[in-house]
Ligand binder design. Structure first.
Ligand code: FES
Ligand SMILES: [Fe+2]
Length: 337
């Protein structure tokens, strides 16, 4: 890639989209959490109506961090001088004046899905939340599994799943992997695999009878950062989501989410626990082999080969998306102004 890239692997900006903030379980009713998200400090709380509200962290009075305050009814009260704000961020009480003042907290749209609280980073109306294409309309069982920090940009981490050649060299899978790209919408791109070769391998001989045609391996990327992997035989697909966001210094904070289509009844529940455990094993197998690469890589695709075609497609896809500045997103003509 000779041309100058503006968005891909650039830590000064990120793609406008939904980003994971915290696991939903960690935010009970009446709780507030301090969250650093893409260069901005937020206070995220769940009010007594069970709504999740994300606001810029610093109080418009004197700058106290609102996560030090407390949830009251639908809103939040600052700890320092007890100003109260409602669920739209409006100041509704200044105790020492016995009235309200015309100031607002900057609030950001939130959503809950796959056991995660997501925050929308744009100024305009939110677009689609990330989903696994096969499970768009399905109810799911999930486990929010491990958290991880990696020493490289989220874009560099995501492309690992479509780095066709490294499946042979790092993961010892003797397959020739070819990816067909599918633009799902302007913010989501999928890569479907058609596999060849490997017939001499014991592993492939063992699993071949379970596959109607080819090995199913499909990746869908949202906002260049959150990836969903679908893998497995026709009768049992495993689904793993890697939700990523950038950290200071070009690093990545991620969550692995294991997903299974909901099965009902006690047997369904038990079956899904087994499926989710197997999903965890599959995810770990792929995550482990590459760990050391992401500690030291200085990504620079100077000499692409035909096996890097999907990576080049992904880079083009990220370059075409709306970029926001690190730390100053969602401001001025924001969501609630
Ligand atoms: S700093 Fe929040 S009320 Fe004074
Ligand atoms: Fe890998």
């Amino acid at each position: 890639m000779k041309e100058q890239l503006k968005v891909f692997n650039n830590s000064d900006c990120f793609i406008e989209g939904w980003y994971w903030a915290i696991p939903a379980k960690e935010l009970g009713i009446g709780k507030i959490k301090a969250v650093s998200l893409l260069g901005k400090e937020l206070a995220i709380f769940r009010n007594f109506e069970k709504q999740v509200i994300a606001v810029d962290a610093y109080c418009p009075h004197m700058g106290a961090h609102l996560a030090e305050g407390k949830v009251e009814g639908e809103g939040i009260r600052c700890f320092f001088h007890n100003w109260k704000f409602d669920n739209e961020g409006k100041c509704i009480e200044v105790p020492c004046l016995n009235k309200s003042l015309p100031v607002n907290l900057q609030i950001h749209p939130t959503a809950e899905k796959y056991g995660i609280i997501w925050v929308w980073t744009g100024k305009k109306s939110p677009k689609s939340l990330p989903f696994v294409p096969e499970l768009e309309k399905e109810e799911c069982d999930i486990i929010v599994a491990n958290s991880f920090i990696k020493n490289c940009h989220p874009n560099v981490l995501t492309i690992n799943a479509i780095d066709a050649h490294h499946f042979n060299t790092v993961h010892n899978l003797p397959l020739e992997i070819n990816f067909d790209k599918e633009e799902i919408n302007e913010n989501a791109i999928a890569f479907n695999n058609t596999t060849r070769g490997g017939d001499d391998s014991f592993l492939i001989k063992l699993i071949r009878p379970f596959y109607r045609n080819e090995v199913t391996y499909k990746i869908c990327y949202w906002y260049g950062s959150t990836g969903t992997v679908t893998i497995g035989p026709d009768f049992l697909h495993f689904y793993i989501m890697f939700a990523l966001r950038g950290l200071e210094g070009g690093k990545t904070a991620g969550k692995t989410i294991l997903i299974a289509k909901k099965r009902f009844g006690l047997l369904g529940w038990l079956f899904n626990r087994i499926v989710l455990c197997l999903t965890w094993l599959v995810g770990n197998y792929f995550a482990k082999g590459d760990t050391r690469i992401f500690q030291t890589i200085k990504f620079n695709l100077q000499t692409p080969t035909p096996a890097d075609r999907a990576i080049v497609d992904f880079i083009k896809h990220t370059e075409a998306q709306q970029a926001l500045s690190w730390g100053s997103w969602g401001e001025v003509d924001g969501f609630n102004n």
